[in-house]
Each structure stands twice: as C-alpha cells, then as structure tokens.
Design a binder for this molecule. Sequence first.
Ligand code: PAF
Length: 303
Amino acid sequence: MRPPATSAPVLATTRRDLAAARAGLAAPVVLVPTMGALHAGHRALIRAAGTVAGRAGSVIVSIFINPLQFRPAEDLDRYPRSLDDDLAMCAAEGVRAVFAPTAAEMYPGGRPEVTVDPGPMGQVLEGEFRPGFFRGVLTVVLKLFHLARPDIAVFGDKDAQQLALVRRMVSDMDLGITIKSVPTVRDADGLATSSRNSYLTPGARAQALAIPRALHAGGARAAEGAQAVLAAARHVLLAEPGLATDYVAVVDPATFTPVGPGHAGPALLVAAATAGTTRLIDNVSVMLAGPDTEGHPRDAADH
Ligand code: PAF
C-alpha cells in the first residue's frame, strides 16, 4: 500500500510548470490521463498507478477535457468540472503532480493539423458512432506522453477500445511506454462508474442498468459460444424500451473485430446505449468455448 502523501501534489497548468515538476520526480513515473470529475473508477486507476510506481516512484495525473474528442453536438460545454475535489483526491492518494492545462496551453497553435490516425480499429463501434473521437483521444494521449514522459501509463478497462488503441499506438509508434489496465469499477447497482453518470436522472439510471444486466446475461452464456452470448445480451437490452442501443457485439479484444460464430477463447462483449440523454459504454470479458451454431456464418455483432 502506497504511503499517504506528505505534501499536496504540485499543480502544473503550463508545459513549463510540468517540465519543472517532472524534472524532480523519481522513476518510475506513472501517468494517469483523465478528463477530471474524478470518481471511484479514477481512484482505482490512481491507486494502481501508485502500486506500480512503488515507494520510490511517482504518479502524475493529467486533468484535461480534450476538445478534440468532442463533436459539436456533444457535451464539451457541460462536461462536469470539479478541480478542487479532484486535487483533494490526488492529494489523498499520494499523487506527486497534477497537470491541468487549458486548451490554449495544450493546443497553442489552435486545432492541430497533424493528428494521430487511429487506423481501422478506430473506425468501428465507438469510432463509427463518434467519428473523429479516437483521432482526438490518440492525439491528446500522444501529446500527454511527450509532455509528461512517463515510464508507465494507466488506463481503465471500461474504455476498452480506447485502451486497445493506445496499446496499438504505443506499439506501432515505438513509444516505449508500458500500458497498464485496471478493471472497471462498478457502483453497488452494477453501473460502471463514469463522470457522465452524473447526468442521469433516477429514471434514466434505472434504464441504464439494463446495460450491465445485459453484459452479465451475455457473459453467463460464454460456454455456449459467441452467438449465445450476443443473443442473451441483446434480449436484455431490447426488453428495456427506454434505452436506445447503438451496438452490442462480441469482439476480439486486440482488434475490436467481431469474432466468428465458432470462435473459442477470450473475447469482449461490448455495448453502447443512450439512457435519457446520456450515452454510456460498458464491456465485460468473456471466455468463449467452442462453436455455438450449426452453419450460420454470421459475425457476432449487432447494430
Ligand atoms: O478516458 C479519458 O478520460 C480520455 O479519453 C483521455 C484518455 C484522458 C484522453 O482525453
């Protein structure tokens, strides 16, 4: 267990402040990139970062609501902001430095012209429903990696496609940073923690609970194969009329392509749906066993 911080983290709001703070940090330096409004899921990321940093190492948390990953109709303006509470959590968790730049500090030349192309994995599922999202995410993550120069960076399993793309970027671009992932944290009712959960009315939250229920129902059919998993999850989602489902799919965790009907081995059951006005994503790992159909050559995806 990491010792409590002896002092509050350094708050760096400029690149120059961050460089000065970074110069004084002992290795390994572990970065937790966030958009703030920190919750129990972030706390788990920061704790995991503290564990891998060890007593000698240092944790940096970045807090930046990245405009590049929001489309005009999305919630950039109303995205929750709680810097004081975020700093208090970072202090309590022994974080050494918090990087909280403005958009002008991150993008001094305005919207960047050169950005990271997320490739085919960035076009499907979240990439299909949020065009430009992964380009924005990978571009800011790459910039954060250059500015904070971490040895290790920590991301949540909840954003599984983002995690897979960050791993792919690190590997394809030879970034030499170890990526560590942390299991999804759920509230007592099963909903995966997310800063956007604060938008949910009680009624919308009740509808949203069909998402973890669907993933659980699908996961329980893993021994019967991908088609059975998908059918069970879809059945639960369709039974909640208040929920608008964008997709539910059983995919390869490394490529996010749908697994074939006879696929055996590890896979991810992923879903995205809107409850009220709030779009949520979630996923669970499933260990698929053997062929599950007799001659229906259909991919395990449903839009
Ligand atoms: O997962 C998030 O909070 C964001 O997508 C990230 C990785 C901080 C990039 O803005």
